[in-house]
Write a protein that binds this ligand. Sequence first.
Ligand SMILES: [Fe+2]
Ligand SMILES: [Fe+2]
Length: 143
Amino acid sequence: MPQDLQRILTLLNVDLAWEYAALVQYIQHASMLTGPQYVAVIDELLEHAQQEHEHAVILSDLIQYLGGIPTVDVAQRQTSLDNVEMLRQDLQLEYDAINRYLQRIKQLESLEMYDSAQKIRNIAVVEQEHAIDLEKALGVRKA
Ligand SMILES: [Fe+2]
Ligand SMILES: [Fe+2]
């Protein structure tokens, strides 16, 4: 296997471990968030969890398709007893995911693997939507 592809497979497995972490973290945070202002947010987090599950399946299948072995590792999860802190942790996870996926798109396209890059691009768009949801829930203002 070419070294470039080997490197990308290693990185895609890192991405997969972070998708598993996001799935677990969102389920736990949805259970732990409490307060009337968080009822809608809880539903949103559970929707995010479902989409992280979908991302994990897409990545696992992509890794296998490209000749690798999908990891069963789960990256670091974070939690807190504070509502806002949990949402901040979730937002950071999304920012990190977007950054990793933008790198991955570039790396895959540099190997002319445009089809695989497209799959990652689709995931990145959903992560951006997740980040927007969390920024709104947290009241982040950028201007
Ligand atoms: Fe995801
Ligand atoms: Fe996400």
